[in-house]
Each structure stands twice: as structure tokens, then as C-alpha cells.
Ligand binder design. Sequence first.
Ligand SMILES: Nc1nc2c(ncn2[C@@H]2O[C@H](COP(=O)(O)OP(=O)(O)O)[C@@H](O)[C@H]2O)c(=O)[nH]1
Ligand SMILES: [Mg+2]
Length: 149
Amino acid sequence: MKKKILLIGGIGAGKTTLKQKLLNQSLVYLKTQAMDFSSIFIDCPGEYLEIPRHYHVLINAGMGAAEVWALHDATRGNCPYPPKFALAFRKPVIGIISKIDHPEANPKLAEAHLRKAGIVGPIYLVSAQEGIGIEELALHMSRLTNLSN
Ligand SMILES: Nc1nc2c(ncn2[C@@H]2O[C@H](COP(=O)(O)OP(=O)(O)O)[C@@H](O)[C@H]2O)c(=O)[nH]1
Ligand SMILES: [Mg+2]
């Protein structure tokens, strides 16, 4: 079975835009209304992270994924993740700081939030809009999804 990557993050973190960029699709804004399993990414509405009673949906989705990508919007001042949330997944969790092109981006704060959320794996800094950091992430993605079984 093809390996999948679960994308998690708050509302508007840039999950769908990043997915489109990595799949070489045109960047079309479309609010994610439901879980979308249609590519190697499992894309979810941000509400599943922002509303604690939905946490179990993300945790269940993680079971079908090879890796979890936890996004944090660099322009967001508060943290959508509860402390140690990454430990709820039995899969590797990497951090992705999105929108680093934005004039109000604060990647240091976003990194601190992701570390507090229990992410010990690598943290990538990206801008899907400007293409920054995308090549490195695409390489990581292809290594992961080309692994056998
Ligand atoms: N400046 C900037 N804006 C972005 C970037 N990626 C996404 N956005 C914007 O952030 C908003 C939410 O993006 P979306 O991918 O739908 O977020 P999602 O809710 O996590 O799927 C949209 O208006 C995007 O155009 C980026 O790299 N830079
Ligand atoms: Mg979305």
C-alpha cells in the first residue's frame, strides 16, 4: 500500500496550499470541509485540531499514515496544539512552519510552539506561496512515500 502523510494544523495554517504545491497542482483556495484521502496526503479541516472533542479523528487518521506533518502558521501568535500533542501519535511527527514569506512571520515563536507540542523531529520552514523550502520537503516526501510496503 502507498504510504500516506497526515497533515495537521489549525484553521488556515496552509495545509491544503502546501499539499497542492507538493503535488504540483495550481494553488486554489478551497476550504477543506471533510477528511480528504484522495492523494498521498490525508488533509483535514483545521477544526479537528482547534476543537478538542475532534482530537480523536486526527489520532485515528494517524494510524493510517507513515508520518504526521504538524503545520504551524508563522503569522499566528497563539498555539493551536495542546502540550505534548505529538506524543498521541505512534508515528514520527515532523514540524512545518508555514508562510515564512509573510512580513509578520515569527518562525522562532512557531518553533517554540511546535517543540512544546512535543515535536522532537525535524522542523522545516516553508512558504508554499513563494516556493521557499519546498524542494527539501519534496525530497523528504518522495523518500518517505517510495519506501516499500
Ligand atoms: N503568505 C502566505 N500565505 C499562504 C501560504 N500558504 C497558504 N497561505 C494562505 O493561507 C490561507 C489558508 O490556506 P489553506 O491552505 O487553505 O489552509 P488550511 O486551512 O490549513 O488548509 C489561504 O488564504 C492561503 O492563500 C504561504 O506560503 N504564504
Ligand atoms: Mg485545508
